[in-house]
Design a protein around this ligand. Structure first.
Ligand code: HEM
Length: 498
């Protein structure tokens, strides 16, 4: 028996023992308490097999049977699923503090990232400091307004790229183009630099690495279900992630070093990176260059795929429903005028466009379970006990398609968001694509600007048609579960210059 097989067998045996002990201890602790209902959990593997390739759908189906608060056993991980606004409100509002930690996937432990990360840190003093920095220095209205001209420039580059494809008669891969644009919108907002190009050449490297990180992080990792297996990383997830993280951190280090040099020899700049570097000298903030690198890593990972996936879904839905596309375009024509360029400041005057974006979030939330939370203590919810250390999944995808909340839930009807007006954070927790409570997405103000600006610009500058021989009803609307909920089949569309 070689070393690898031996380690695998040993870990498996240890895991079985661990699972049995944990199960026993939960049963003992919950002697009088009642776990939420759920399907029968097989020994050792629990309900892993029930997840299938689309866990958001399989879990939604199970919740219909077992109720809006349900308990699953995923390997040795007790998982509680909330799938109604009422239970979600209990989790993200009433018991927000107890549920504000994260269930950390092993991939996030690469290079100790989870210990410094805003995304994965528990709700500690350190995490609060990072959230405050984001709120004040990255995503405040004033800061975002100050960089909007750069984002406008980046969206113009997207339009130029689409125009070139249009001249060549080539279809545009909307998701890929949106991914490149989102990355550049973020990098220009933060440090006034492009990180990606549309055409394929060697400088693609950064974009490809971010893409690879998304793919790797989106794959199921057995070590997340059996924590003892983290010792041997059986699918090499952490090893591969280390390779990519090192490359990304190297790029950020290069940008930081270059900036430090230019700051030493000339006047100080005033973008987000300059502000963060100023904070490294502030004794109260205690922000180090390493913190900045890991923060930029989180922001690129949390902000790129999510934004581009939503844009691709919105375009796909509009191409499938030409009347909705026509309404959105007419509104743009009326508000912006034939030759005008869409600006971020125009968004409040485009209610139908906003409704299109919301309807897209309802049907295709980028994070169908939010980012998994964790219980810091036993909590009683609606007569059931959510045990300490349980992973909490909020099934936003299921709530978006629940017929008791939405009429015609599977139809794309932006009009439903016009009256009464629902915000991107639904008051009653029925619509929370960016989460809610302490862990709500801090990038929401930027994400909202990016999605609306890109979508409005693509619709206002071009007519769109499907590739030869394809009809709207042929568009494949299946999704693929991963770090963000992607279209399984990329949307390719042909632009026609107006
Ligand atoms: C359409 C785009 C986006 C969507 C749908 C989205 C959605 C989400 C969701 C659902 C969460 C988890 C909330 C929870 O666990 O309760 C989250 C967290 C987060 N998002 Fe976003 N997001 C988007 C774009 C962005 C952007 C552009 C950035 C930054 C550049 C960003 C940065 C973050 C960060 C740092 C967190 C972790 C916050 C924490 O754990 O404290 N997101 N996002």
């Amino acid at each position: 028996m070689d070393y690898f097989t031996f380690s695998l067998v040993l870990s498996f045996v240890l895991t079985c023992i661990h699972v049995l002990l944990v199960t026993k201890s939960i049963r003992r602790r919950s002697g009088t308490a009642r776990l939420p209902p759920g399907p029968y959990a097989f020994p050792v593997i629990g309900n892993i097999l029930a997840l299938g390739k689309k866990p958001h759908e399989s879990i939604a189906t199970l919740s219909k049977r077992y109720g809006p608060i349900m308990c699953l056993k995923l390997g040795s991980i007790t998982t509680v699923v909330a799938s109604s606004p009422k239970i979600t409100k209990e989790v993200l509002q009433k018991h927000d503090l107890t549920f504000s930690s994260r269930a950390i996937p092993d991939a996030a432990n690469t290079l100790d990232h989870s210990t410094v990360s805003i995304l994965w840190s528990p709700a500690s003093t350190r995490w609060r400091k990072l959230r405050k920095i984001c709120k004040e220095y990255l995503f405040s209205t004033q800061i975002l307004d100050a960089r909007q001209f750069l984002r406008r420039k980046k969206v113009q580059e997207l339009l130029n790229y689409v125009h070139e494809s249009c001249i060549r008669g080539q279809a545009v891969d909307i998701g890929r183009a949106a991914f490149t644009t989102s990355l550049n919108l973020l990098s220009n907002t933060f440090f006034s630099t492009d990180l990606a190009q549309y055409q394929s050449n060697s400088s693609q490297e950064f974009k490809d690495i971010v893409w690879a990180v998304m793919e790797l992080a989106g794959k199921p990792n057995i070590a997340d279900y059996f924590p003892l297996l983290k010792l041997i990383d059986p699918q090499s997830v952490r090893r591969q992630m280390k390779f990519y993280f090192e490359k990304l951190l190297e790029v950020f280090e290069g940008i930081i070093n270059q900036r430090l040099q230019s700051r030493a020899s000339s006047v100080l700049g005033n973008d987000v990176l300059d502000t963060l570097l100023n904070l490294t000298k502030d004794n109260d903030t205690e922000l180090s260059c390493n913190d900045i690198k890991h923060l930029l890593l989180d922001l690129c990972i949390a902000g790129t795929d999510t934004t581009s996936a939503v844009l691709e879904w919105a375009m796909a839905e509009l191409m499938k429903r030409p009347e909705a596309m026509a309404k959105a375009r007419n509104e743009l024509e009326e508000v912006i005028g034939g030759d005008g360029l869409v600006q971020e400041s125009d968004i409040p005057r485009l209610p139908y466009l906003q409704a299109v974006v919301k309807e897209t979030f309802r049907l295709h939330p980028a994070a169908p379970f939010l980012v998994p939370h964790k219980a810091e203590a036993d909590v009683e919810i609606c007569g059931f006990t959510v045990p300490k250390n349980a992973q909490i999944l909020v099934n936003v995808w299921a709530m978006g398609r629940d017929p008791s909340i939405w009429s015609n839930p599977s139809s794309f009807l932006p009009e439903r968001f016009l009256e009464p007006k629902t915000e991107l954070r639904g008051q009653e927790f029925e619509f929370i694509p960016f989460g809610a409570g302490r862990r709500v997405c801090p990038g929401m103000p930027l994400a909202s600007r990016m999605v609306h600006l890109m979508l409005a610009s693509l619709l206002h500058s071009f007519h769109w048609k499907l590739e030869e021989g394809m009809k709207p009803e042929d568009i494949d609307m299946n999704d693929k579960f991963g770090l963000a909920l992607q279209k399984a089949m990329p949307l390719k569309a042909i632009a026609i210059k107006l």
